[in-house]
Design a protein. Structure first.
Length: 242
């Protein structure tokens, strides 16, 4: 969906010990969002808060440790529409080194998001949850998993994702991965478990550089929707998927 935004923020983040970060601030965003042929204007004041715990050794290529991130954001409308809602998002990742030579790592990730206080249609489209893509559910197009209207994503009020990835490094510069991703976005404030999760699976190659691994993944949708999903997707990026 096309959107134009003007935003400003003040944010403070502090490191406690070596593994814990706390953050908070004040932000304002004015946006013009077009979806399904309609334009809507929003003004949102928010108070974002963050808790992050990270015991992994490398930001772009972790091989052991855990990561937990909790985000909480209350939003208040400023255009006289009495809009107000809260948005929460949590992710947890774990990395287990199975062998040293060759290096084999088992990595897992889960994510959960929820919004409350307003209906889905009242929440700006660019603040809703979307799933699908190279850092979400591989095998599907960007933001294509979840509620659709006229085969176009409209976003949801809740999100659930899981990923499992087996990584191996065969030389100093070359590695391979196999992965399984799943999840969905739902219009309700909690995930609709009656709706089937969308699953994607695939494999990829990694080229390790001094700044991090270059990533090329190929994935297929395991429960493909006719006329909506392509038979496969290719993703290229820097850093591991999670």
């Amino acid at each position: 969906f096309p959107s134009r935004n003007l935003s400003t923020s003040v944010y403070i983040e502090r490191l406690f010990a070596k593994e814990i970060r706390l953050g908070g601030g004040l932000a304002y965003k004015a946006s013009l969002v077009e979806q399904l042929g309609e334009e809507e204007r929003f003004g949102l004041l928010s108070l974002p808060a963050l808790f992050a715990w990270d015991t992994s050794e490398n930001l772009l290529d972790p091989v052991r440790g855990r990561r937990l991130t909790l985000q909480f954001m209350p939003f208040y409308g400023t255009f006289g529409d009495h809009l107000g809602f809260v948005k929460g998002y949590a992710t947890y990742s774990q990395y287990v080194k199975l062998t040293e030579k060759p290096l084999v790592v088992l990595a897992g990730r889960s994510a959960f998001g929820s919004m409350a206080g307003a209906s889905r249609n009242a929440i700006p489209a660019d603040e809703r949850f979307y799933a699908g893509g190279g850092n979400s559910i591989r095998g599907y197009a960007y933001q294509s998993v979840g509620p659709l209207e006229e085969n176009k994503p409209t976003g949801g009020r809740s999100l659930m994702e899981v990923s499992l990835e087996l990584r191996t490094k065969v030389t100093d510069t070359i590695g391979f991965v196999a992965f399984l991703d799943g999840g969905n976005a739902s219009p309700s404030a909690t995930p609709d478990l009656s709706e089937p999760l969308r699953w994607g699976a695939g494999a990829g190659i990694r080229y390790f550089t001094p700044v991090g691994p270059l990533r090329l993944d190929v994935a297929v949708p395991l429960n493909r929707r006719d006329t909506i999903d392509d038979r496969f997707h290719i993703y290229i990026s820097l850093g591991q998927a999670f």
